[in-house]
Design a protein around this ligand. Sequence first.
Ligand code: CTP
Ligand code: MG
Length: 228
Amino acid sequence: MDGAVAIVLAAGLGERMQAEVPKALMAFDGTTMVARAVERALACPSVASAVVVAPAGWEDPVRSLVRPLGVETIVSGGATRQASVTAALSAVSSDSTRVVCHDAARPLATASLFERVLDALDGWDGVVPVLAMVDTVKRVRDGEVERTEPREALAVAQTPQAFLGSALRAAHERAAREGFEATDDALLLERAGFRVRAIDGEHANLKVTTPEDVRLAEALASPSGSPS
Ligand code: CTP
Ligand code: MG
């Protein structure tokens, strides 16, 4: 099978981080989140190349961070994550059989997770890494517990998510036609009737959203923490 293309999403502004620079460009564990995410993607033997989506106006700084890692293609992001993926897809050859979408905000995903989601694609349209819920889940409205949800059937989704390129494109086109906006790509496939497989994610693959998350992720990134 031909090599997969990784789309690394780094075009968010990181408003909840309240930093001087967009979140993906912040210093992280001796590098930046976007560079670490790209490094991990390209360390996966099944990934042939990466397209990085940068915040509008930040294309040059992002290019200088990822070009030394072998990335040729930088794309300007859109107003939403979904628009940023659409922008990236326009730079991905329609011959690309497999595409793996990854958030720069998850710099701790390992090359082995990229390999596992791509391997698991066999016979499916998409693959999403998930973690089972371990906490008891409450539905809360205005500070009052309405009820407790059965957690057995619930899981939290991560990236990287692997897709057949044709299914990802079709799902995005359909969502655009219908004006539907989603926070991850798997949801677009689910609602378009594609079959999405769930496999085990990684506990250390946390989503960096706030300054506290940066400290936690850097602690996990230390040599005694998660492997690369
Ligand atoms: N993202 C993107 N384009 C956007 C919005 C988000 O490429 N218009 C990317 C982010 O760079 C991030 C991922 O999607 O890697 C997940 O988004 P999130 O964690 O919400 O990041 P931000 O949108 O940057 O943060 P915030 O919502 O706090 O502003
Ligand atoms: Mg956001």
